[in-house]
Design a protein around this ligand. Structure first.
Ligand code: NDP
Length: 453
């Protein structure tokens, strides 16, 4: 009989924590999870899932407009009801919360509705109980961070934006990352006058330059007001809204401001301040490839460790961690290269592998293939939306080292291409693949002319 109450005590029932708990329990480990907020974490409650539902809602705007070229007409202009969307979303999230609870229950995991504090390497305080565990997993994720400026108390963060009482007719997103471009697109599509304010010269730093420029042009065409090389200086409450003063001297009046300025590890109150645990320079928990912190019985994974802040990464880390600590064979370290990702701005971005700029730094010579076209659908819809597809090839090996798309359902398309890129397939393999006609995606296997070297 073990000297501990549990083999694994998980703090946080988000994507990584729940997957770790269930997978560990399936090996026969005795597992408990402490969570005092919602089951499913950021992704299910205030991230990927509600964001994607809102993005679907926003896409109907274009769909209604596009449909007239295909013969549809309406006796009245379509109207959007924010409360209906919000409340349907709330019901769906409740359903998912229930599924998460049942998943844990069916796996034999004990769920404690409590805030947990780590007391030492093997003990946790959860509510009024002190519990011992051979291993403690910190899977507490991240929390939105808002910069300091006069009036920042008026901004909403990405936890608060989903459940607004009133629809913001004028909306401003601050930041140039995933959340800002996604929400600027969403509110624009839902009918707001949408503004995006970013301090740099072009948003989505780190993505392929051509993808960023193409996305800028497409978002502008759809009506998003982009303000680059400026920042919020202050916000004042005025009658009927918020007056936002920008550092370039401009002022904007809006109804809601979303600060999408990054996230910080959610470590407050965990008790780690009193323990000599190593942190990365950005304040996230430092872990080794077994997901052990500097105190080896305390493990950590997901957003709290500062890797790519993506649900599928936390899930993969959870399964790796369980193999390391509860499996019979040591797995190879998780490979963080070629993780595909999508940004659900409108149109969507899908990307895997290296940007053109990164490939030029890494390889002596690269070949770039691009297709920039109007999708077949828009020949009748009348929409000016264009689609970009791009392959980045290492000339010496002929391997496709990057694939990028901006266009309808780019994430769906790139997910398939990501398998090929990860497998190290060559441009010759892409060319030898017979396309599916008529699709947009077939461009990925029919790009024969080199755009540039
Ligand atoms: P990001 O880190 O992606 O972007 C933060 C943005 O805020 C950057 O543009 C940054 O500018 C800017 N910024 C930072 N500090 C300030 C400041 N003081 N004043 C003004 N601007 C500032 O964070 P997000 O909040 O957008 O998203 C967090 C993470 O969540 C993402 O990185 C992503 O991993 C994940 N996510 C994934 C999604 C998906 O998979 N589709 C969707 C949403 C989120 P600069 O570039 O100059 O540093």
């Amino acid at each position: 009989m073990s000297e501990f109450d549990y083999d694994l005590f998980v703090i946080g029932a988000g994507s990584g924590g729940v997957r770790a708990a269930r997978t560990a329990a399936a090996t026969g480990a005795r597992v408990a999870v402490a969570e005092d907020r919602y089951l499913g974490g950021t992704c299910v409650n205030v991230g990927c899932v509600p964001k994607k539902l809102y993005s679907y809602a926003a896409h109907f705007h274009d769909a209604f407009e596009d449909s007239t070229g295909f013969g549809w007409s309406f006796s009245e202009a379509p109207r959007f009801d924010w409360a209906a969307l919000r409340d349907n979303k709330i019901e769906e999230i409740k359903r998912l919360n229930g599924i998460y609870g049942r998943l844990l229950d069916n796996a034999g995991v004990t769920l404690l509705n409590a805030r947990a504090k780590i007391l030492d390497a093997h003990r946790v305080q959860a509510g009024d109980q002190t519990i011992s565990a051979e291993k403690i997993l910190v899977a507490t994720g991240g929390w939105p961070w808002v910069p300091d400026f006069p009036g920042n108390e008026y901004v909403l963060d990405s936890n608060q934006i989903f459940d607004l009482d009133h629809f913001p007719k004028r909306f401003l997103a601050l930041g140039g990352g995933y959340i800002s471009v996604e929400f600027a697109s969403i509110f624009n599509g839902l009918g707001s006058e949408a503004h995006l304010v970013y301090r740099g010269e072009l948003f989505l730093r780190g993505f392929d330059r051509e993808v960023r420029e193409f996305t800028r042009d497409e978002m502008q065409k759809k009506g998003v007001n982009l303000h680059f090389e400026t920042n919020i200086e202050s916000i004042e409450k005025v009658e009927g809204g918020l007056r936002v003063s920008l550092t370039n001297g401009e002022t904007l009046e809006v109804d809601a401001v979303l600060a999408a300025t990054g996230r910080k590890p959610h470590l407050a109150g965990l008790g780690l301040d009193d323990m000599d645990i190593e942190l990365n320079p950005n304040g996230t928990l430092r872990v080794n490839e077994r997901y052990e912190t500097s105190i080896p019985s305390i493990l950590a994974l997901g957003d709290v460790t500062g890797g790519p802040e993506l649900t599928p990464v936390a899930l993969a880390e959870a399964m790796h961690m369980v193999q390391h600590h509860f499996g019979d064979a040591t797995p190879r370290p998780l490979n963080y290269d070629n993780i595909a990702t999508a940004v659900f701005c409108h149109p969507n971005i899908g990307t895997v592998g290296l940007s053109e700029e990164e490939a030029r730094e890494r390889f002596e010579q690269v070949r770039i293939y691009t297709a920039d076209f109007r999708a077949m659908k828009h020949t009748l819809s009348g929409s000016e939306e264009r689609c970009l597809m791009k392959l980045v090839v290492d000339d010496a090996s002929d391997r496709v080292v990057g694939a990028h798309m901006v266009g309808e359902e780019a994430g769906e398309v790139i997910q398939g291409i990501a398998i090929a890129v990860r497998a190290g397939l060559t441009k010759t393999d892409f060319d030898a693949t017979v396309g599916i006609h008529p699709t947009g995606a077939e461009e990925f296997v029919t790009m024969r002319s080199i755009t540039r070297r």
